[in-house]
Structures are given as C-alpha cells and as structure tokens.
Design a protein around this ligand. Structure first.
Ligand code: HEC
Ligand code: HEC
Length: 195
C-alpha cells in the first residue's frame, strides 16, 4: 500500500530545497499587473475560467513560483503555460506568485460528505478538504476532475516528475485516480481578494 511509503518519502520531500528560495522578493501589487496576462484563464483572483486550468488563488507562494520556474525551464511542459512562462523574468515570477498567493481561500465539503471519507493517502499533504498542509504542495480543493486526472496521469507516465508525487501516482489505477479526483473536485472553493 502507498500509505507506508509516504512517510519515508515525506522526509525526503521536507528536506529538499525549492526553486523559489533562489528567486527575488515578490511584490503583490506589481504582481497584480503581471496577472493581467493570466486572467483570461486563471482569473485575476486565481479562480480558473477554463476547466483545464487550475485555481491558483491562495496557493502557497513557493509552490506557485516553483511551477512557473519549471514551465519556464521546461521541466514541466504545457502548450499554453510554457509559452506564457517563457516571457516572465525572475522578478515577474516572484511578483505574480505573491499576488495570487495573497488571496484567501475557503473550502467546504458537499453537505453529504464528511472528512472521514477523505482519501487517506493524500490528506496528510493536501488536507481532507484539499487545502495544502505544506509550502510546496498545492491545494486540490475544487480543481476540476479533468485537471486533477491529467496531472496524476502525467506524474504516472513521467510527463511531469516530482520525487513524491511520481511514486504516489505510480501506485494509482485509473479507478483510484477517478475516485480521488471526484473527492477533491466536489469541494466548493471560494477565493477572496487580499485584505
Ligand atoms: C491560455 C490560458 C492560460 C494563461 C494565459 C495562463 N495560464 Fe497558467 N495554466 C493554464 C493551464 C491550462 C494550466 C495547466 C497546465 C497543465 O495541465 O500542466 C496552467 C497551470 C498554471 C500553474 C500551475 C498550477 C498548479 O496548480 O500546478 C501556474 C502556477 C500558472 N498556470 C500560473 C499562471 C500565471 C502566473 C499566468 C500569467 C503570467 C498564467 N498561468 C497564464 C492556462 C493558462
Ligand atoms: C507527502 C506529501 C504528498 C502526498 C501524500 C500526496 N501529495 Fe500530491 N503533491 C505533493 C507535492 C509536494 C506536490 C507538488 C508537486 C510538484 O511540485 O510538481 C503535489 C502535487 C499534486 C498534484 C498536482 C496539482 C496541481 O495543482 O498541479 C495532484 C493532482 C496531486 N498532488 C494529487 C495527489 C493525490 C490524489 C494524492 C493521494 C493519492 C497525493 N497527491 C498525495 C505532495 C503530496
């Protein structure tokens, strides 16, 4: 089972450094301007406008910056995001990550569900309702099934790589993937502007 190996992998993951630590300090107000380039897909507040794009408002700043750097460097690829990220400077990345990260998130399970039903092999890091417990892990709350499934299959096939998530995804069948995607996609997510 996956559950036992996660603790070991979790240690490796916690000890690893992130890209974001090498980036300059971000300014959310400058980032708001950069977000003009993102809003057609992610919204100005980070609530996605198209099903294949993720909600990014209120995500941990390190996670956002690391993903943008990965798209820019080509270690994560996507026809839309690779093009967008290639045009961003280090400062743009820090600023836009600071802007989106400064938003507040609220996540609620559907009324017929309770936290005990959460996928155990995921909730230690992504939370029962899909709000991340870690600086380098994303929220999953309210992401679409298509987005969650695409990412898990990308980790499983090696198209997207990450020491922890690759190992976890390799253990998941298509059915497992559908079940965890259904759980997190059913969460109602609200994103509100920075104070
Ligand atoms: C044309 C639509 C489009 C635009 C414009 C766009 N994105 Fe994206 N973005 C996407 C899609 C689609 C994905 C999912 C990529 C994948 O499947 O790997 C994504 C993924 C991301 C991710 C990864 C999030 C995660 O949870 O892993 C970040 C961060 C991101 N975008 C930030 C931005 C920022 C910042 C901008 C503006 C500078 C921007 N995007 C502009 C469509 C877009
Ligand atoms: C030990 C911590 C940990 C566990 C357990 C874990 N994840 Fe993750 N997950 C992460 C990290 C860290 C990332 C960011 C990967 C990266 O930087 O590319 C991630 C990324 C993801 C993504 C990509 C989301 C996005 O916005 O692009 C999905 C989907 C995901 N995890 C689903 C799951 C599911 C489903 C499970 C349970 C079967 C799970 N994870 C278990 C740490 C974990």
């Amino acid at each position: 089972m996956i559950r036992t190996s996660i603790l070991v992998l979790g240690g490796v993951f916690l000890a690893s450094t992130t890209w974001a630590q090498e980036l300059p300090e971000g300014d959310p107000e400058a980032g708001r301007k950069v977000a003009g380039m993102c809003r057609t897909c992610h919204g100005l507040d980070g609530f996605a406008k198209i099903p294949i794009a993720p909600h990014i408002g209120g995500e941990p700043v390190d996670y956002l910056a690391a993903q943008l750097a990965a798209f820019r460097e080509g270690t994560r690829e996507h026809e839309m995001m690779s093009v967008v990220a290639r045009g961003l400077s280090d400062q743009n990345i820090s600023d836009v990550a600071a802007w989106y990260s400064a938003h507040q998130v609220n996540a609620e399970l559907p009324t017929d569900a309770d936290e005990s039903g959460a996928p155990e092999q995921c909730s230690a890091c992504h939370g029962a309702v899909g709000l991340s417990e870690l600086e380098d892990a994303p929220h999953l709350a309210g992401e679409t099934n298509i987005y969650i499934e695409t990412q898990l299959k990308a980790f499983r096939s090696g198209k997207r790589t990450h020491d922890v998530m690759t190992a976890i995804a390799l253990e998941l069948s298509d059915e497992d993937i559908r079940a965890v995607a259904n759980w997190y996609a059913a969460v109602k997510l609200e994103i509100s502007a920075p104070e």
